[in-house]
Write a protein that binds this ligand. Structure first.
Ligand code: GTP
Ligand code: MG
Length: 205
């Protein structure tokens, strides 16, 4: 898919204030600092679109971007960010879980997982929750420029093995790097396929 335009629309703290739900939507979630905002910027060729930071906890709201005037990308706050009060953490958690549950045009949640480390319980639990609630998701293993491809493959395989302990089948998975742009074409192609389904008129049988 060619990205012709990518614009920031709005930043809200409640899913009910999100833009009109008439376009297909894709959200990025994952542990704080895993690279959500950087990946969004890489996908749309604009290093300044979503705010990134080397310090965890940068993204704190639901941020909508309009891409090619016909789909939304959404940057969400990370989970597992330790340096906030419990009240704030509970507030974020409710904001994110309500958004994921109620946002009707949400097509896929991309769960970002750090490719450099062993499977983490916090990611596996989050994915289990998505599955239990019937929220469709795919997994993106990030920061693949930081390790050899052999090590990354072994981390990815271990993560998949952990998922297969609970799930019968695996979701789509991608390996990405915001530095080298690895994964860009595959992820955009995957989104484009879903966009095409979304735009097909309902068949009348
Ligand atoms: P929060 O909004 O705080 O939850 O973080 P985030 O998941 O949006 O992470 P962000 O994109 O802000 O990136 C966090 C840090 O990781 C920044 O210093 C980025 O430059 C770095 N980073 C992100 N993606 C990559 C990558 O693919 N490779 C490398 N080497 N660094 C990355
Ligand atoms: Mg962010």
């Amino acid at each position: 898919m060619i990205i012709k335009s990518a614009t920031f629309l709005q930043s809200v703290a409640d899913w009910r204030q999100c833009p009109e739900a008439h376009l297909p939507e894709y959200a990025f979630i994952g542990r704080s600092n895993v690279g959500k905002s950087s990946l969004i910027n890489m996908l749309v060729n604009n290093s300044k679109l979503a705010k990134t930071s080397s310090k965890p906890g940068k993204t704190q709201t639901i941020n909508h971007f309009l891409i090619n005037k016909n789909w939304y990308l959404v940057d969400l706050p990370g989970y597992g960010y330790a340096s906030i009060s419990k009240t704030m953490r509970d507030k974020w958690q409710k904001m994110i879980s309500d958004y994921l549950l109620y946002r009707g045009n949400l097509q896929i949640v991309f769960v970002l997982v750090d490719s450099r480390i062993e499977p983490q319980t916090i990611d596996l639990d989050f994915i289990d929750n998505l599955g239990e609630q019937g929220i469709p998701f795919a997994i993106i293993f990030t920061k693949a420029d930081k390790l050899s491809s052999g090590k990354i493959q072994s981390h990815v395989q271990r993560f998949k093995n952990r998922l297969l302990e609970t799930w019968e089948s695996l979701p789509p998975t991608f390996v990405s790097s915001a530095e080298t742009k690895k994964g860009k074409e595959e992820i955009l192609q995957y989104i484009e396929q879903i966009n095409q389904q979304f735009n097909k008129p309902n068949s009348t049988i």
